[in-house]
Design a protein around this ligand. Structure first.
Ligand SMILES: *Cc1c(COP(=O)(O)O)cnc(C)c1O
Length: 488
């Protein structure tokens, strides 16, 4: 399987690359992204074959059918990372919350957010490739909370890969900060930045663009890669759990073979939703993918009106911070698939120069064949958290944005899978507040929720509060380059 570029080829980069190349150097011509030339087929025979498969068996078969240039023993070892999830046989359990609706819980990995689903196996593969080629890579991440911990966790103690993670000091939850600053391995560096997430991300961009930093990396023989969802190495693992959800719905008798379902995806950078789109395109019986957002509802406008407009929009900090995103990187892959490279390049260049683009009516119609969208504000999410807590199910605020989409966007009465992207323990103060008990910090919130509902706190979250803090650096923006050079 070869990979091509969403904005076409510049004549300098190769016109197509292998999977390994696409994940080691994920930036394509004209600032575009890599996409597979073709998708494998997920037909009835494939689904039937895996009706009783464990997750890893399904995943290995899917990856093999994809034909990527990674040896089977490496793939197998990468998938063994799912052994660290709560239930290795079923890393993504489904819970029924309504008669025709199940929540697929993507958060049963080591950092309790869905990022582990892809980053765990992806990190293993990337590190093995670097080691085999005897090359050294630096991965830099700016995080508002979930990507940072999952990236550090997957690469810790891996030779040939170093990870530097910048977080806004005071801009993450206690649990998220502790997950980063207690992560102890010689190849990891965590730096708190005085400022908000935008400042942190801006600082990272400036650093990555600065010539002397690039020169420093070159003299040290270090290449840059990326572990965010611009990297196709993450997307490929995000197709698999949609197939798994469908099979789980069949196993529990909620659907029969071939019956269509809705997926509801709480979205930010659109990696999760893109995985669902690829699964649908490959043949999984999905009626539509319902996209939920918070008040940073740029994806709602894109899907409902065909407009993507950054002008007059300010990023709003919400109780679902992992979805506080205005520039959603993976919509580009959808537009490439539907409108081709030339049009994608035109749209993305409009976005860069004018801060906006608008789809033509027939383009919008094509988008709406696969997607519908809605958004919820914090108050609405708190109400949903309280409503489902009453019914005995505790959900986090990201998952809560899905409920309105489930209630209002379905045109047919089909069974539905809602994706839960984080465990409540990462956002416990919001959960406690929604249940009528506002508290100050995570410790108090975790305790109150466990004492007043039917859920418990997993050991890795408990342990965070007793682990030594190894990363104590919190600096002004201009001190980051110095810190980085010291680390390298
Ligand atoms: C990353 C994240 C999202 C957004 O997922 P995308 O694939 O970027 O759309 C939603 N919820 C949580 C908790 C996340 O960590």
């Amino acid at each position: 399987m070869q990979f091509i570029e969403t904005r076409g080829n510049d004549g300098i980069k190769p016109s197509s690359v292998t999977f390994s190349e696409a994940i080691l150097s994920p930036s394509a011509s004209f600032g575009g992204l890599y996409v597979p030339v073709q998708l494998p087929t997920i037909d009835t025979a494939f689904l039937e074959k895996h009706l009783n498969s464990h997750y890893k068996t399904l995943a290995l078969d899917f990856l093999t059918t994809f034909g990527i240039d990674i040896e089977e023993d490496v793939l197998q070892a990468a998938l063994d990372r799912y052994d660290g999830f709560d239930d290795p046989k079923n890393p993504v359990p489904l819970s029924e919350i309504e008669e025709d609706c199940c929540v697929a819980e993507l958060y049963h990995g080591p950092t309790r957010a869905f990022k582990d689903m892809a980053l765990q196996p992806f990190g293993y593969i990337l590190a093995k490739l670097a080691q085999k080629r005897d090359e050294n890579y630096l991965i830099m991440a700016a995080t508002s909370g979930d990507t940072g911990p999952a990236t550090l966790e997957t690469f810790k103690n891996q030779d040939n890969v170093k990870v530097a993670c910048l977080y806004p000091d005071g801009g993450t939850s206690d649990v998220q900060r502790l997950q980063m600053v207690t992560e102890d391995a010689p190849n990891l560096k965590v730096i708190g930045v005085k400022g908000n997430f935008d400042d942190t991300q801006q600082t990272l961009k400036e650093l990555l663009a600065s010539e002397d930093f690039k020169a420093e990396l070159q003299t040290r023989n270090i290449k840059l890669s990326a572990a965010n969802s611009v990297n196709f190495g993450r997307i490929i693992f995000q197709v698999i759990y949609h197939i798994h959800s469908y099979l789980e719905m069949m196993r529990s008798g909620k659907i029969s073979m071939g019956e269509k379902i809705y997926l509801v995806v709480p979205s930010g950078n659109f990696g999760n939703a893109l995985g669902g789109y690829y699964a649908k395109k490959a043949g999984l019986p999905i009626e539509k993918i319902l996209i939920s957002s918070n008040v940073n509802n740029i994806l709602t406008d894109w899907i409902n009106k065909g407009e993507y407009d950054l002008n007059d929009r300010e990023l709003v900090l919400t109780e679902s911070p992992a979805m506080d995103i205005l520039k959603s990187s993976n919509i580009e892959r959808i537009m490439f698939d539907k409108f081709g490279a030339a049009r994608t390049r035109e749209l993305m260049e409009n976005l860069a120069s004018e801060g906006r683009f608008k789809l033509a009516a027939e383009e919008l119609a094509k988008l709406q064949e696969d997607f519908a969208a809605s958004y919820s504000d914090d108050t609405e999410c708190e109400k949903e958290i309280a409503k489902y807590a009453q019914k005995g199910y505790i959900m986090d605020p990201h998952t809560a944005t899905c409920m309105k989409a489930y209630e209002t966007l379905r045109e047919k009465a089909l069974p539905t899978v809602i994706y839960s992207t984080a465990e409540w323990t990462k956002f416990s103060p919001t959960v406690a507040k929604s249940l009528g008990h506002p508290v100050d910090g995570d410790i108090e919130a975790l305790q109150w929720v466990t004492e007043n509902t039917n859920v418990s706190v997993p050991p890795m979250i408990h342990a965070l509060f007793h682990k030594p803090i190894v990363h104590t650096v919190v600096v002004e923006k201009d001190a980051i380059k110095g810190e980085m050079l010291n680390f390298l």
